[in-house]
Design a protein around this ligand. Structure first.
Ligand SMILES: [Ca+2]
Ligand SMILES: [Ca+2]
Ligand SMILES: [Ca+2]
Length: 336
């Protein structure tokens, strides 16, 4: 009888232990997923709200080991060759740069994943290479190389492309796996991010070579861009990922620019016949420098002295402006 009782208690303990572990895993996953969502939201806001001397569309560089630390601030520039600095830790800390300006860098987001690890971040060269992408506007959505660099590719666990229009990737590295060592000031990406083999191709979340896994990019011009893989948790893989596409980002940038135009219409009443009638020097420099005044990018229509609308290339939304009582109100229909 006593033996039966002991066996019963033992079995219960094993069962409860298993339930606790599952609940613990679930809670850690919840924290990781939530942190990734917050990082994505913060980056979209950061990119859309850039102002002179930057431009909407500029993203921060990752925090990488090239300066000898992971201090939470970006290590810029990163639009140049080689590719490695475009994968690193999320630049979560906000810093003010430049003595005479109030330009801030970093996402202002003190977050970690479910295991207390800082998030990792990879960014497409298009968002950090003003020389390679001369103008950042909606025409970039349909531009082809060499007018733009490759976007990032994200694959599922079968190797299928989930998206090849990814602007930035956020990774929760999880707990260290067998063979990973995270001691020292600047452990490399491979101590956090994992590999997954599909049909003989080793897809690596850590390689940062700006070349699609399983292929060879001989020259800088032939580089096909970074790729990342989503795979089930196992003893050799535990990265959790979120990503933002250029289409999501541009929709947010379009709304910001539409707001900028609203502010200009408010002080240019009766509404002008064309955006070109607004004094060029009254716009932020990025507006004209990046072609937002061009008819191929922004279609402005004056309806009457108090009403106007705009459309952006590759966006189905119509933004409408109505003048009343000294204010210009903006509404929009549809989505990009
Ligand atoms: Ca650093
Ligand atoms: Ca990992
Ligand atoms: Ca890769």
């Amino acid at each position: 009888m006593l033996l039966l009782l002991l066996v019963g208690v033992g079995a219960l303990a094993v069962f409860v232990g298993g339930v606790n572990r599952a609940a613990d895993q679930q809670e850690r996953d919840r924290i990781s997923t939530q942190s990734l969502a917050r990082a994505k939201e913060a980056l979209i806001g950061y990119v859309a709200m850039r102002q002179d001397p930057e431009r909407p569309g500029d993203a921060p560089c990752p925090d990488n080991p090239t300066d000898g630390n992971y201090d939470g601030t970006q290590d810029a520039p990163c639009g140049n060759n080689p590719a490695a600095p475009r994968l690193g830790r999320l630049p979560w800390k906000t810093v003010v740069v430049g003595a005479a300006t109030t330009v801030t860098e970093g996402l202002g987001l003190d977050i970690v994943d479910g295991y207390g690890e800082r998030l990792w971040y990879a960014v497409s060269r298009n968002l950090v290479d003003p020389a390679g992408v001369a103008q950042f506007n909606p025409l970039l959505l349909t531009a082809l190389p060499p007018a733009r660099r490759p976007w990032i590719t994200v694959r599922d666990s079968l190797g299928n492309v989930v998206s090849n229009r990814v602007a930035a990737v956020f990774l929760a590295p999880g707990i260290s796996l067998a063979g990973q060592l995270r001691s020292g000031a600047t452990p490399a990406a491979g101590q956090y991010l994992d590999d997954f083999v599909v049909a003989g191709v080793n897809y690596s979340n850590a390689d940062a070579d700006d070349c699609l896994d399983g292929t060879v990019c001989v020259t800088v011009a032939s580089r096909t861009g970074e790729d990342f893989i989503l795979a089930p948790r196992s003893g050799t893989f535990n990265d959790v990922m979120a990503f933002v596409t250029i289409d999501e980002l541009m929709a947010s940038i379009d709304r910001r620019v539409a707001g900028e135009i609203r502010a200009k219409l408010e002080v240019n009443h009766p509404f002008p016949s064309s955006l070109g009638d607004i004094v060029v020097s009254s716009w932020p420099s990025w507006f004209n420098d990046n072609g937002w005044a061009d008819g191929t990018v922004t279609t402005y229509t004056k309806l009457d002295d108090d009403h106007a609308s705009i459309r952006f290339a590759s966006c189905a939304a119509t933004f409408s402006y109505a003048w009343s009582g000294g204010k210009a109100a903006m509404t929009w229909d549809g989505a990009c």
